[in-house]
Design a protein. Structure first.
Lengths: 411, 355
């Protein structure tokens, strides 16, 4: 008899663990079919880590704005009566993004997933979208693979990619007189691609790249690389690092007194980077921005609405999420269903002009091309209001901004 | 003399050694030799069969209880944790670089599946063999050190593997990861597309790995490992080639980690640098310690808790997943020093004594 008691207890403990394990959700549900007029938009992004401010929870606000605008526009005629948003935090981990995307499509009946920063995570979601035959519009991840080797019928890239950043900044800076370049890049795929794209863009526009210097990644001390980059007296120093490495580089660049010696061009930068480090540190830096909140009255008006709801100015990712959600809902309206294949046909080839996309067009490889902007960071004295950090130097027309359709893309 | 040898044995942490030592003396559940001692063994064996049955039922019922891909994650992490437990709990070696085997196997599995389209168990076998192959030199060089130095050396090797994979972007896709790994399974479509049936197709591999770990632990070889853990100097004095035993168990452990990593890669349909990152090594040690080291059951328990919790927190809208997991870890280590399974065992032990 004595042996029974522990056995029962062990069984109870295991059952307890199972109950605990089960708290993630009930029995598995089959893939949802649209029937009840409900549209579910999944927002999958980084809500706690480095990209929290770039996109994060505020993108939900932006998507909600799109839903409100859609309902206001169509009123009683709206085919999607109930529109829901479901969110998840992928913490920039591709395996979590992959599982969550499956879960959103399968269990939460998401019809579309939006955003997904971090290239590997976005590619992981694209794989799921293809397998589940559901839509995915990427906004915050910049890899060209989404519209290249890994492209598929259900995946769109809405805002930008690394090739466009290089093309925009590289060509425009050369045209504005910055002919000789030194490029510093972190030695991993993103940095290598950026270095290649920038070199092509600069030499293509008639400039010269005197040297390309690779740095370890991640890295803290850039002093030797800055000295080496400056040794040939280039007019422009291009830095391809992102995030924390970029901030470190720029700090050390300024401490070395380089600000007056060479112009700094940054490969990938978000307005939140400027905000966190202070506009003075970045003053005079050139980069390409897919969207700026204070470009014109239309952007400003939308940004004011966003500011009233969130207390902060929108990044291009927020506007991109709004635009993607809005155009998706418009496509649902036109198709009269949320069936992915029907909606996809509405989106393909569509020409769009909205608050985010100017002269926008959904290309055959599902890259959305649109006007982008070469900007220079203002100096502190030029800043007239909070978040007023960027001066538009040139508008790069949609046709020139992006690389042509990739030959690797076979849908 | 004995005292001296004992004193000099200082593996990982004296505290850990003492605690596991106590366990082996008290808990026959992990000590087959004691179970066989007269009078005791017959009484306890039904308990073990019940546990085994409950564990098996739980494994098979898992995809009904949680979302199937999450269930597969739990199973993969469970085997991964068991592989770490084999080293940490039974040999007294804290490997802080097991992501190297889990991750490299996931890449090799993926590459085999993509390039040759073979049924996924074969691809996973390839990944597992690769993990064991790289474990030979890593193990050979690491086992010469113990304790924190062993942990650091394994971490260093894991970082090397990480950067190699990062640089070989032509092969591995760099930080974009390896995408679209097919899930071929003799043309049976429900396994290839439905994650629910896939679970049952792949769980066999996980159970096989778990069984292998159980066999290793309960074999004479496993007894030598425990002897090495408790007192390497004495084991050496008894004529065992301690380093060779350590290398062998290191390679076996890497194989199990590789098996788990391969299943993980196939289940997700892709793999990325994250699987090679040191945080992955940290997570699996966390899972093992949380569940209870030196128990084999601890790994699956810890994996179930951590993976489910992570999954649940990501869609909870709460912004600090790390804070919650970290706090739980701190609480468990402070309150249940032997991990969840270890503490449960202790409780039974105490009750039994009280009876």
């Amino acid at each position: 008899m004595r042996s029974r008691k522990p056995a029962v207890l062990v069984a109870a403990a295991v059952c307890g663990c199972l109950a605990l394990a089960g708290c993630g959700g009930g029995p598995s549900a089959a893939a949802g079919k649209f029937s009840d007029g409900k549209v579910v938009i999944g927002l999958l992004n980084d809500q706690s880590g480095v990209y929290k401010d770039v996109s994060g929870p505020n993108s939900k606000v932006a998507i909600q704005m799109a839903i409100d605008d859609y309902k206001a526009k169509y009123g009683a005629k709206a085919v999607a009566k109930t529109i829901e948003i479901v969110t998840a935090d992928h913490q920039n981990k591709p395996d979590i993004a992959n599982t969550k995307a499956q879960e959103m499509y399968d269990r939460q009946n998401a019809d579309i997933i939006l955003d997904v920063p971090t290239s590997s995570a976005a590619l992981a979601v694209a794989t799921v979208a293809k397998a589940k035959r559901k839509l995915f519009i990427d906004i915050t991840a910049g890899t060209t693979a989404l519209t290249g080797k890994s492209c598929n019928k259900y995946t769109y890239a809405w805002a930008y990619d690394t090739a466009m950043l290089a093309k925009g900044t590289g060509e425009a800076v050369v045209k504005n007189g910055g002919k000789s370049w030194s490029i510093v890049y972190p030695d991993y795929a993103f940095g290598q691609n950026m270095n290649k794209s920038f070199t092509e863009a600069v030499t293509g526009a008639g400039g010269t790249v005197q040297q390309s210097i690779s740095t370890p990644f991640p890295n803290d001390n850039f002093a030797t690389f800055i000295t080496k980059a400056a040794s040939t007296n280039p007019q422009v120093i291009g830095i391809m690092a992102a995030g924390g490495d970029l901030i470190n580089f720029v700090k050390q660049y300024n401490q070395a007194g380089m600000q007056s010696k060479a112009q700094l061009a940054v490969g990938l930068m978000f307005i939140t980077d400027i905000h966190s480090l202070g506009v003075d540190q970045f003053a005079g830096t050139s980069f390409t921005d897919p969207w700026y909140w204070n470009l014109d009255a239309q952007n400003k008006a939308w940004s004011d609405r966003f500011l009233a709801k969130t207390g902060t100015r929108p990044t291009f990712a927020h506007a991109g999420n709004y635009s993607a959600a809005m155009n998706y809902l418009e496509a649902v309206q036109a198709a009269g269903t949320d069936d992915a294949d029907a909606v996809r046909k509405q989106l393909d080839g569509k020409k769009i002009n909205d608050v985010f996309l100017r002269n926008g067009e959904v290309r055959s490889d599902h890259r959305v091309v649109h006007d982008v902007y070469l900007v220079k960071v203002k100096s502190k004295s030029q800043v007239t209001q909070p978040w007023d950090y960027e001066k538009i130097v040139a508008t790069i027309p949609a046709a020139d901004a992006f690389e042509p359709v990739s030959v690797d893309c076979k849908m | 003399m004995t005292q001296q040898i004992k004193g000099s044995s200082g593996i990982i942490e004296p505290d850990l050694a003492r605690r596991v030592n106590l366990d082996t003396a008290e808990h026959d559940v992990i000590n087959p030799d004691l179970t066989r001692s007269p009078g005791k063994g017959r009484r306890r064996s039904p308990l073990r069969w019940i546990m085994l049955a409950v564990g098996l039922v739980a494994t098979l019922a898992l995809p009904w209880l949680v979302y199937p891909p999450v269930a597969m994650d739990i199973a993969a992490w469970a085997l991964f944790a068991i592989s770490v437990d084999l080293l940490l709990g039974y040999t007294g070696l804290l490997s802080f670089g097991h992501a190297a085997f889990w991750g490299s196997s996931s890449y090799v599995t993926g590459l085999i599946a993509i390039n040759w389209g073979v049924p996924f168990p074969l691809a996973i076998l390839g990944g597992m063999l690769f993990a064991m192959a790289i474990a030979v030199p890593i193990g050979y060089l690491s086992v010469r050190r113990t304790g924190i130095y062993f942990a650091m050396v394994t971490l260093a090797f894991a970082q090397m593997v990480y950067f190699v994979a990062n640089q070989l972007s032509g092969l591995t896709g760099g930080e974009n990861g390896l995408q679209a790994i097919p899930r071929s399974f003799f043309g049976i479509e429900s396994v290839e597309t439905d994650s629910f049936t896939f679970y049952y197709a792949a769980i066999g591999l996980i159970l096989l790995g778990t069984w292998a770990a159980w066999r290793i632990v309960h074999s004479p070889f496993g007894r030598v490992l425990v002897a090495i853990r408790d007192n390497p100097a004495r084991a050496r004095a008894l004529g065992y080639d301690v380093d060779r035993y350590k290398i062998i168990v290191f390679v076996l452990s890497a194989g199990l980690a590789g098996l788990a990593g391969g299943v993980f890669a196939i289940s997700h349909g892709f793999t990325s640098l994250q699987e090679l990152e040191w945080t992955t090594s940290g997570k699996v040690v966390l899972i093992t310690v949380l569940g209870g080291i030196g128990t084999l059951w601890g790994g699956p328990l810890g994996a179930a808790i951590v993976v489910t919790l992570e999954d649940w927190l990501t869609s909870s809208g709460f912004e600090g997943t790390g804070i919650i997991l970290g706090s739980i870890f701190v609480l468990i280590v402070l309150l249940f020093r032997h991990g969840i399974w270890g503490t449960t065992q202790d409780l039974f032990q105490r009750r039994r004594k009280a009876d």
